[in-house]
Design a protein around this ligand. Sequence first.
Ligand SMILES: [Zn+2]
Length: 213
Amino acid sequence: MCPICLKKAESSLHALWRCASLKAVRIVCDFVFGHASLESTPFLDFMQPCGSHVGVNEFEFLCILWWRVWHRRSLVVHYHSLVLVLKVMEWAVSFLKEFRSASMVKVGNGKDGRDGDRVANHPWQPPPACFFKINTDAAVNGKGKGSGIGVVIRDCDGKVMASLCRNILANYEPQIAEALAILEGCRLAINHNLMPSVLEFDALVVVRVICKR
Ligand SMILES: [Zn+2]
């Protein structure tokens, strides 16, 4: 039995779309087709055609909404707490807005050694044929709780050939952490015989230091 409306058997489609408590969601998402006669359809059979019939933006919104609707249902089941549907929709709108602006934000301002002109969603470009590409990055905990480095090496088809991520307990400056990531990337390429390789990273300061030598 649906723990929210207490009227219908709870299927995934009912919980995520058909429940009487989600009427406002269905009204807002009136771009979704044919929901009137789908009481017993498995949710996947309902959702998959949506993906091809609505636009990408609408489908993104739907997925986030369904995620949060399920969260709302879980709160009822586990904590007997019912969140208003309006709040669920507000959360989904705000989450999507934040996600989209974060995906487009320019990272770095030059002060931490990162290239302020790099855009976070800049698409990865493959290396020339017969080359490998080493991508490295580093993150520094602002509260002095260590650093982390990551390396991915791909071939010219984009296939991942080797990768690593590592926590570093020491508190390095961002540029030093970036340089360590590059060093580990080169080591990984050599150890796996992934040569010749090209390097790609976003630490402008490190590039300048290397180019001066
Ligand atoms: Zn219900």
